[in-house]
Write a protein that binds this ligand. Structure first.
Ligand SMILES: [Cu+2]
Length: 109
């Protein structure tokens, strides 16, 4: 009996870990002219997703410091954008229309 219980708890533990890890997608919410969280740390190879949860305002996610062109597609309310990070480092970004909206993605091993 005790052994069965131990095995069951072990299996449940593995299952819970998988749920908590939530796969490989991390989330940044865009709300009230802010990226939340403003700084996020993810692992190399993971995907980061931005979701615009404003009622009316559009935004964008622009990695200007990487020398990229400003995105022509804005993120309208309920739109989202995903990006995979294949290299470690710290990557600042901003919103195209609102230069005061900034965030940073830290990618670690
Ligand atoms: Cu914006």
């Amino acid at each position: 009996m005790v052994l069965k219980r131990a095995i069951l708890l072990f299996i449940l533990g593995i299952f819970a870990q998988g749920v908590l890890a939530g796969g490989d997608t991390n989330l940044v919410i865009i709300k009230d002219y802010k990226f939340v969280p403003q700084e996020i740390t993810i692992k190399k190879g993971q995907t980061l997703r931005w979701e615009n949860r404003e009622k009316r305002q559009y935004h964008s996610v622009w990695f200007e410091a990487l020398g990229e062109e400003e995105p022509e597609d804005y993120l309208f309310p309920e739109d989202s954008y995903e990006r995979e990070f294949k290299q470690t480092g710290s990557f600042p970004y901003r919103c195209g229309p609102h230069p005061e909206m900034t965030g940073t993605v830290h990618v670690v091993e």
